[in-house]
Design a protein around this ligand. Structure first.
Ligand SMILES: *[C@@H]1O[C@H](CO)[C@@H](O)[C@H](O)[C@H]1NC(C)=O
Ligand SMILES: *[C@@H]1O[C@H](CO)[C@@H](O)[C@H](O)[C@H]1NC(C)=O
Ligand SMILES: *[C@@H]1O[C@H](CO)[C@@H](O)[C@H](O)[C@H]1NC(C)=O
Length: 484
């Protein structure tokens, strides 16, 4: 019998070398939950063939997988992307958001992922987006490395805290993935997977810092970028991957607990108050999860304009009005029918013409426009304009009635030419599924508080232009945001 206590592996090897029965016991040692992790890894690795190791390192698309392929090639994991799992994942955007909220977003996301049977999430994206023309900019918390560093607090939220004196290392709610190592974010002209040109100082001062925080906080994996750095593909960059990430930063992959152990450990952590029991409700109670999503959305809205000056604010809107108009391509998705006084008549029109706006006696209008949905390279955009339909809606509505424009986008867009017609402007940062969070602040139930974590440029010719640049001349700087 193997003792419950740690046994030095060398002694064991000598002890067990003599008989076949003991050999097989040794081979199964890695399954002993009381064994030290590095011993388990060594025992398992020694029994793994080269083909199996290679297979284990591979990830294939779910649609390409068959039981035979999984078995014959010892495939390590499946990618199940594109709408299979809808985890409610609002993006916190700035350092002004409470750190506690960031952590709670992580914990809620982890529990929803686990509830759907997913033990590993490709998040957080700790990219420091330096050019909003890049389509994946919406995944980035900020152009300011300090803000992105603060946001790594989502990692202990997702993975769970390391319990004091834990004998087993890190408790994993889900495994996390810091990505994309490194310099995926400042590629030339914002083109996805393009080449990044920078020197060592630029790399270390802007793009690398969030990796330091992530590794200290125990991130389980790091994804290497498809982009190039000074013309060398990151996957072929031995200096940065092998020497710097694994050598200098001493990044080591963590091994998650198995599911039986996961449940037992989680239960004991809850019983011992390491994790509040209230949090457990999130995965069972969809309503509280939505409420929480709303809170996260509400707290990430940034108010960029509110009337001509502070003496004549437009927001919060009076919730008792005779008739209001809700318009725009993104309005329906945001649940804007909610939140008004029952006596208020609400008209909804996706793209109203001027005559319609003029001929109705609206008290005010809420226009919700923004970017079309996109992911990855499809989001690369060198003009960053609001689609024409949205611009027409702003012109037709805001030219004829007092209006609040809610801009739904993953990044700053060209807004300067339209600003004079807009009475109030709210940046809504792709608020995910809980659009009602937007309605909460519109009527003043809660105030606007957040600040922009990105620079709002005046024209795309200025790009790239970031907070620390000498040619910094923004429409709204990083840190801008009005309060109500
Ligand atoms: C998972 O851990 C439990 C408890 O430690 C153990 O009984 C079980 O055999 C383990 N399962 C696997 C698949 O390793
Ligand atoms: C328009 O609405 C206002 C109140 O919002 C009301 O005082 C006014 O009489 C209305 N005008 C018309 C033409 O209906
Ligand atoms: C801006 O770029 C996007 C993405 O390439 C394109 O779909 C759109 O038509 C462009 N808009 C204008 C006004 O050029």
């Amino acid at each position: 019998m193997f003792s419950r206590y740690l046994v030095p592996i060398l002694g064991l090897l000598l002890l067990c070398a003599s008989t076949r029965g003991q050999d097989s016991k040794l081979n199964m040692l890695y399954k002993d939950p009381n064994q030290r992790m590095n011993i388990c890894i060594k025992v398992l690795m020694d029994q793994t063939t080269l083909e199996e190791k290679i297979g284990q390192m591979a990830q294939i698309d779910r649609r390409a997988a068959t039981p035979e392929i999984m078995r014959d090639y010892s495939i390590g994991n499946l990618l199940s992307g594109g709408g299979v799992c809808h985890v409610n994942r609002p993006q916190p955007r700035s350092r002004w958001i409470e750190k506690d909220l960031v952590k709670r977003i992580g914990a809620a996301t982890a529990l929803e992922a686990r509830a759907t049977g997913i033990p590993y999430v490709f998040t957080p994206c700790i990219t420091v987006c330096r050019d909003p023309r890049w389509g994946r900019c919406y995944e980035s918390y900020s152009e300011d490395p300090k803000i992105v560093q603060d946001m790594t607090e989502i990692i202990p939220g997702l993975q769970g805290n390391i319990p004091p004196n834990s004998p087993k290392g890190v408790l994993m709610l889900v495994e996390t993935c810091a990505k994309h190592y490194v310099g995926d974010d400042g590629t030339t002209k914002g083109i996805n997977m393009n080449n990044k040109v920078t020197n060592w100082h630029g790399l270390l001062s802007i793009h690398m810092p969030p990796y330091y925080n992530s590794i200290i906080k125990g991130v389980s994996t790091v994804m290497v970028s498809y982009s190039s750095l000074n013309e060398v593909k990151m996957h072929a960059n031995r200096q940065l991957v092998t020497k710097f990430l694994k050598g200098t930063l001493r990044f080591r992959v963590m091994v998650p607990l198995n599911h039986t152990e996961f449940i037992d450990t989680l239960t004991s952590l809850v019983n011992n108050n390491f994790i509040p029991a209230g949090l457990m409700m999130l995965s069972e109670d969809i309503e509280s999860s939505q409420r929480f999503g709303k809170e996260a959305v509400r707290k990430s809205l940034v108010l960029l304009k509110n009337g001509e000056n502070a003496d004549s604010p437009v927001l919060p809107l009076p919730n008792k009005a005779s008739k209001i108009l809700v318009a725009g391509s993104h309005a329906n998705k945001l649940g804007f029918q909610c939140g008004v006084h029952p006596s208020t008549e609400t008209s909804y029109s996706e793209s109203p013409d001027e005559d319609f706006v003029k001929s109705n006696n609206f008290s005010y209008a809420v226009v919700v426009v923004g970017e079309p949905p996109y992911a990855e390279s499809a989001g690369d955009n060198s003009n960053l304009t609001i689609p024409q339909q949205g611009l027409d809606t702003i012109k037709n509505v805001c030219g004829n009635v007092k209006c609040v424009v809610v801009l739904v986008s993953g990044r700053p867009l060209v807004i300067q030419p339209h600003l004079e017609h807009i009475d109030a402007l709210v940046a809504a940062w792709l608020p995910g599924t809980e659009g009602n969070g937007v309605a909460d602040v519109r009527f003043g139930d809660y105030g606007f508080n957040d600040k922009s974590s990105r620079t709002w440029f005046k024209t795309v010719d200025q790009l790239p232009m970031n907070v620390d640049d000498s040619h910094y001349d923004p429409l709204f700087p990083v840190g801008y945001g009005l309060t109500t």
